[in-house]
Write a protein that binds this ligand. Structure first.
Ligand SMILES: *[C@@H]1O[C@H](CO)[C@@H](O)[C@H](O)[C@H]1NC(C)=O
Ligand SMILES: *[C@@H]1O[C@H](CO)[C@@H](O)[C@H](O)[C@H]1NC(C)=O
Ligand SMILES: *[C@@H]1O[C@H](CO)[C@@H](O)[C@H](O)[C@H]1NC(C)=O
Ligand SMILES: *[C@@H]1O[C@H](CO)[C@@H](O)[C@H](O)[C@H]1NC(C)=O
Ligand SMILES: *[C@@H]1O[C@H](CO)[C@@H](O)[C@H](O)[C@H]1NC(C)=O
Ligand SMILES: *[C@@H]1O[C@H](CO)[C@@H](O)[C@H](O)[C@H]1NC(C)=O
Ligand SMILES: *[C@@H]1O[C@H](CO)[C@@H](O)[C@H](O)[C@H]1NC(C)=O
Length: 349
């Protein structure tokens, strides 16, 4: 029950009654981003711990906790709050077989416009902050790795689904669609977002870089301390992906993750980070401000860059002739996993 008592502690210790003036500084070119690094309610900490102590995901409590964090970030001067991938209600690994744990997970998802969704949108509006958040998105008989972008008036700018969930995620989550690799013009510059290993695939990064991003949200689910060897999910790998993206995209990259959160400048410099071993309940948020003055007037043309249409043709021309050119629009089969089936038989391997 460790996480529950710490959860109570963080809620009581927030000083929410203090009527601090929210000093909006976007106009002056100062954008302050709050990166959430505390775990969702009941989720074991630090990553990659899987000691649940008999607890399970809890969407209602996590949304309430998320709203408190949004309020806290806004009172601290944040203009933008970014949550990790699948933070609502938390990440899940594909356990074999049908389990109560998996069954409960499907009950802890969010449907766009449901009560929990509206609480998050209202928090953005009430506290006048932009929001990015990762959530288990329930649509009909499928669950997706949703990623939402909401503006400070509470208007929905984008809801996307991870194009191709990674590894064992594919045994639970359904695939998104290719038309959602979008970059948006915002009052503080051009902004886009991807999730986790999407940063590893040129089929996903190329379309994003082509649209030019001043600011990019690289949402990862969790990141342990450096030197904790969890294989391909170790922090060195995730941080490398975020850093590489910053350089190749000339973007400020904000990487929220449960545990280790980080920010990279467009030149690849790590400009802010907190490691997982720092108490996530005492320091649930990493803040970083950037000067966006030059972004607003930036007028990029795309015809001469490494990510132009011409560059794309070059990739095509350079493709080795000895590899058979099999035309297939979905080179990896598009997956739609039925929740009904998974409740009966477990993850679909
Ligand atoms: C941002 O940079 C511009 C010039 O590049 C400067 O005039 C402005 O004061 C800076 N804003 C902040 C908030 O530092
Ligand atoms: C979560 O809240 C909804 C109402 O918003 C309620 O119907 C549901 O029972 C709650 N779930 C739990 C597990 O308390
Ligand atoms: C930008 O805003 C943050 C949060 O309000 C503040 O801490 C920081 O000092 C500001 N930076 C500048 C250069 O004004
Ligand atoms: C959610 O509500 C908005 C506003 O009423 C509506 O425009 C939108 O279509 C709804 N979305 C879904 C997925 O139901
Ligand atoms: C890289 O960017 C950071 C953040 O803007 C800056 O502090 C640093 O001086 C830059 N490094 C180089 C070598 O330009
Ligand atoms: C951006 O550049 C293009 C090409 O030079 C020009 O036609 C367009 O008017 C510019 N847009 C803005 C907003 O400056
Ligand atoms: C294209 O992919 C689908 C799904 O994996 C597969 O069924 C089909 O055989 C593939 N077609 C070709 C021409 O490879």
């Amino acid at each position: 029950m460790i996480s529950k008592s710490l959860f109570a502690l963080v809620l009581s210790g927030m000083g929410l009654s203090s009527a601090l003036a929210i000093n909006k500084q976007i106009e002056s070119g100062n954008l302050t981003v709050a990166l959430i690094r505390a775990p969702p309610v009941n989720v074991p900490y630090p990553p990659p711990s899987s000691d649940w102590y008999g607890q399970m995901h809890d969407i209602n409590a996590t949304v309430d906790f998320g709203v408190k964090l949004i309020q806290r970030a806004a009172l601290s001067g944040a203009d933008f709050v970014a949550f990790p991938e699948l933070w609502f209600p938390g990440y899940i690994d594909a356990d074999p077989g049908p389990t109560d744990f998996l069954d409960n997970y499907f009950d802890q998802t969010i449907t766009v416009n449901d009560t929990n969704w509206n609480k998050l949108v209202s928090a953005a509006r009430k506290h006048s902050v932009w929001l990015e958040f990762g959530f288990a998105q329930h649509i009909k008989d499928n669950v997706f790795m949703g990623q939402a972008l909401i503006d400070s008036k509470g208007d929905v700018i984008q809801v996307r689904q991870k194009l191709r969930p990674s590894g064992a995620e594919r045994n639970i989550f359904s695939d998104g669609t290719i038309d959602q690799l979008l970059v948006h013009k915002t009052p503080f510059g051009r902004l886009g977002m991807l999730e986790c290993w999407e940063h590893m695939h040129p089929t996903m990064t190329f379309a994003m870089h082509a649209q030019y991003e001043n600011i990019h949200i690289a949402a990862f689910p969790w990141a342990p301390d450096l030197d904790v060897d969890s294989g391909v999910t170790r922090s060195e790998v995730s941080l490398a992906a975020a850093r590489f993206y910053a350089i190749t995209g000339s973007s400020h990259v904000f990487m929220p993750a449960v545990g280790t959160a980080a920010v990279f400048a467009p030149n690849g410099t790590l400009v802010a980070s907190i490691q997982a071993s720092e108490d996530p309940y005492e320091t649930p948020i990493l803040y970083h401000s950037i000067n966006t003055t030059s972004f607003i007037s930036s007028n990029q043309t795309y015809d001469t860059t490494e990510y132009s249409w011409a560059a794309l043709q070059q990739v095509d021309r350079a493709y080795p002739a000895y590899i058979p050119k099999i035309a297939n629009n979905s080179f990896i089969q598009h997956r739609q996993n039925s929740i009904t089936e998974m409740r009966k038989f477990g993850p679909i391997v």
